[in-house]
Design a protein around this ligand. Structure first.
Ligand SMILES: NC(=O)c1ccc[n+]([C@@H]2O[C@H](COP(=O)([O-])OP(=O)(O)OC[C@H]3O[C@@H](n4cnc5c(N)ncnc54)[C@H](OP(=O)(O)O)[C@@H]3O)[C@@H](O)[C@H]2O)c1
Length: 316
């Protein structure tokens, strides 16, 4: 039997990487095996991955030597950084660069870099349509990811740039779900006006990534944008109302109002939504639902996701 191609997965105990790990493990006859990276091989989640058949290896994505060791003998790697655990774009760039250099040193055949746009290409720092944040960024959690694309390119890696979308899971885990307004009514607050938000079930990101690895050379050197559906705030609110059996309004605030909400990252997210709203034709067009479904035939629509998850959404 030919040897299996090993995919090394960063964030294996998390949303994106976890979806990829499960996609590989659920398809045991397709020639791929998984090496799951974690900082703690003894955590409950890491042990669960091991019990499902993953090889579980300790590595911090900031530690190039540990990454190089983890990538040894592998075919490919899924690279993702974790902005919301430290709020540092500089750290994201350093960690992405460490993964890229380790991939180069070990001669990986296919790398997927989970990236986002460097919004400064659309809104330069001196453009005051939105405030500059952290001195050098417009959307900090996007910009450094986009900046890191060049590191992968310059090293001549066989890389696919994966442009992800807003996780609908944010309605459950990230405080983005419906909230009660002063009038006591539940509403979804998004500064998107009447523009469509590209969204996806977080689990589907890993499944799409698996489709990219399986297709191999077809997507090397390419940028692939994925989404499960594009929906306006009003359409999302209507879908939530339908699934939850109660009226959920749509509160289309201005980005400046969203930035002023004051929770950690509110300014970053306000700028992000403004970017998605003001450059909506571009942003939606590169996140292709049909291609996402080709890569992952089980791709969920918003309704599919709500049918499975609406009951978990906290209604505050
Ligand atoms: N939320 C959204 O809508 C959205 C949309 C698009 C893109 N994104 C991007 O997605 C990224 C996060 O991915 P995710 O949602 O899959 O993350 P996640 O679910 O928060 O998972 C992070 C996992 O990564 C591991 N980890 C954290 N720091 C690490 C480190 N230094 N070295 C090695 N492993 C580390 C942790 O595992 P261990 O504890 O086991 O080490 C954790 O389980 C962010 O950068 C965000 O900007 C988010």
């Amino acid at each position: 039997m030919p040897e299996k191609k090993i995919i090394v997965v960063a964030g294996a105990t998390g949303a994106q990487g976890g979806g990829l790990v499960r996609a590989i493990l659920n398809d045991p006859n397709d020639g791929f095996a998984v090496r799951a990276l974690t900082r703690d091989v003894n955590s409950e989640k890491a042990r669960e991955l091991a019990s499902l058949g993953a090889e579980v290896v300790a590595a911090d994505i900031g530690d190039e030597a540990a990454l190089t060791k983890a990538y040894e003998g592998a075919y490919g790697a899924y690279c993702v950084t974790f902005f919301w655990s430290h709020f540092s774009p500089q750290r994201e760039l350093a960690e992405a660069s460490a993964m890229a250099r380790a991939a180069k040193a070990t001669g990986l055949k296919h790398v997927i870099w989970s990236t986002l746009e460097d919004t400064r290409k659309w809104v330069p720092l001196d453009d005051d349509r939105m405030p500059t944040l952290m001195g050098n960024y417009k959307v900090p959690h996007f910009d450094a990811k986009g900046e890191a694309d060049e590191v992968f390119r310059q090293l001549g890696l066989p890389v696919t740039f994966l442009l992800t979308s807003f996780y609908w899971d944010n309605f459950i885990y990230f405080g983005s779900g419906p909230q009660k307004g002063p009038d006591g009514r539940l509403a979804l607050t998004l500064p998107m006006g009447d523009k469509k938000l590209a969204g996806i079930a977080a689990e589907d990101i890993g499944k799409c990534a698996y489709g990219i690895f399986k297709a191999g050379a077809e997507y090397v050197g390419k940028t692939v944008g994925i989404a499960g559906e594009h929906a306006t705030g009003a359409e999302i609110a209507a879908a939530l109302s339908q699934s939850l059996g109660m009226e959920i309004g749509y509160n289309a605030v201005e980005p400046a109002v969203y930035r002023s909400f004051g929770f950690p990252g509110a300014d970053d997210l306000g700028n992000m939504f403004q970017f998605k709203r003001d450059f909506n034709d571009y942003f939606s067009s590169v996140r292709d639902v049909a291609l996402s479904r080709k890569l992952n035939p089980e791709l969920q629509s918003l309704k599919d996701w709500l049918d499975r998850n609406a009951g978990k959404i906290p209604l505050g």
